[in-house]
Design a protein around this ligand. Structure first.
Ligand code: PMP
Ligand code: GLN
Length: 392
């Protein structure tokens, strides 16, 4: 008899762990998991070291270090004109914990939460653990737009919340203001809250501006904004995230958070304050550097025979791989395995972001990560170019 609880028995292993294992096994260049292979900026690293050497090594206050919450509030005002009191900021173990605590703290078993598909892989398992039912609304390629009627039909009397991830993983979609207005109007009409995941807020391309749903008319009181340090400061292993929102929302999230982690690594919170207070030039150069890498990887993928769908933001590029792989490769999982084994480059099969009955929607896609050193991208490009030559 299995000792594993029903609650988790259907989860399997995350696609990121599986692809990392396969990539290691075959010595593949890893453009799979969205984790930089370069380091965080030195002022941020130095701030963490200073904090560790300054006796900041005991529990932080449950809602977070005051200087980190103040920095998060200042950052929200600097970039989005969003005015939040530091008391309405809760620090969590990454955006991942913020989302789980939000689902636990804001919905009851039997409630429904709307998600857009493809959907980041942790949200639905979080809902299942909370006894909450997901309602799916599709994003359609090539532009990953949604059908407003389909979205309207997903709202029911049991809808508690809608989750919006922008810039979006895995498609790189940045929700346009007019799309967010449609969502806001439905939230107001149905008295539903919005939970946003904005971890890629500073990684946008081609002049696209990230729009924060909480700043739209009527949404300040009904939006919980989640983000984290990982992507903006190339420190995905730090797992410092936060949730911002109206007092009742943040208090609800904290009721769960206090009994999940209680509080988050104190010295890293001190360093988060330094990071978020960096001058505008830091954020501008991060964006410029990612734009350069994205343009380069797009070009490499095109020359290798892929049809990429240019992302507007995030760490990722989705491509259509038909025309690249041999006939016997039938779907995205087989493609990812083939690419790792035969070409020596790892990508993520995006069907991991679809529910079982919709996995076919991702069958011709692969997701490549941009957040890599130039040497890594160059090495991947060489292998992909060799694949083209030998395949012709
Ligand atoms: N949300 C999205 C959309 C992500 O892509 C990721 C991972 N990279 C996370 C959340 C996780 O963020 P964190 O490491 O801060 O928990
Ligand atoms: N968000 C990262 C990605 O999509 C992975 C994070 C994780 O491994 N859980 O690649």
């Amino acid at each position: 008899m299995s000792r594993m609880a029903q609650r988790v028995a259907s989860f399997g292993t995350t696609i990121f762990a599986e692809i990392n294992r396969l990539a290691r096994q075959h010595g593949a260049i890893n453009l799979g998991q969205g984790a930089p292979d370069f380091d965080a900026p030195s002022p941020v690293l130095e701030a963490a070291i200073r904090a560790i050497c300054s006796q900041l090594n005991q529990y932080a206050p449950n809602i977070g270090l005051p200087e980190a919450r103040e920095a998060i509030a200042r950052h929200a005002e600097r970039f989005y004109g969003q005015r939040v009191a530091p008391d309405h900021v809760l620090i969590t173990a990454g955006a991942t914990e913020a989302m789980f605590a939000a689902i636990l703290g804001l919905s009851d078993p039997g409630d429904e939460i709307i998600v857009f598909q493809p959907v980041y892989d942790s949200y639905v398992p979080n809902m299942r653990m909370a006894g909450v039912l997901p309602r799916y609304v599709n994003l359609y390629p090539p532009d990953w737009t949604f059908d407003p009627d389909e979205l309207a039909a997903a709202f029911t009397p049991r809808t508690k919340a809608i989750i919006i991830n922008t810039p979006h993983n895995p498609t790189g979609k940045c929700y346009a203001r007019h799309e967010l207005e449609i969502i806001a109007e439905l939230c107001l009409r149905h008295n539903v809250i919005a939970i946003t995941d904005e971890v890629y807020e500073h990684i946008t391309y081609d002049g696209v501006q990230h729009v924060r749903l909480a700043t739209l008319d009527g949404m300040a009181d009904r939006t919980l904004t989640i983000s984290s340090l990982g992507k903006t400061f190339s420190a995905t292993g730090w797992k410092v995230g936060w949730a911002i929102g109206a007092p009742e929302l943040v208090e609800s999230v904290n009721r769960a958070h206090q009994f999940i982690t209680y509080s988050v690594a104190t010295p890293l919170q001190a360093a988060a304050a330094t990071a978020l207070n960096l001058p505008d030039s830091y954020f501008e150069s991060l964006r410029a550097e990612f734009q350069r890498k994205r343009d380069w990887l797009l070009e490499m993928l095109r020359s290798a025979g892929f049809q990429p769908l240019a992302p507007q933001g995030s760490y990722f590029i989705m491509v259509d791989w038909r025309g690249v792989a041999p006939e016997y490769v039938r779907n995205d999982v087989q493609f990812a395995e083939w690419l790792i084994r035969e070409v020596g480059v790892a990508c993520i099969p995006p069907s991991a972001f679809y529910r079982a009955e919709d996995k076919h929607l991702a069958a011709h896609f692969a997701r490549f990560a941009v957040c890599k050193r130039d040497e890594t991208l160059q090495a991947a490009a060489e292998r992909l170019a060799a694949m083209r030559v030998s395949g012709d």
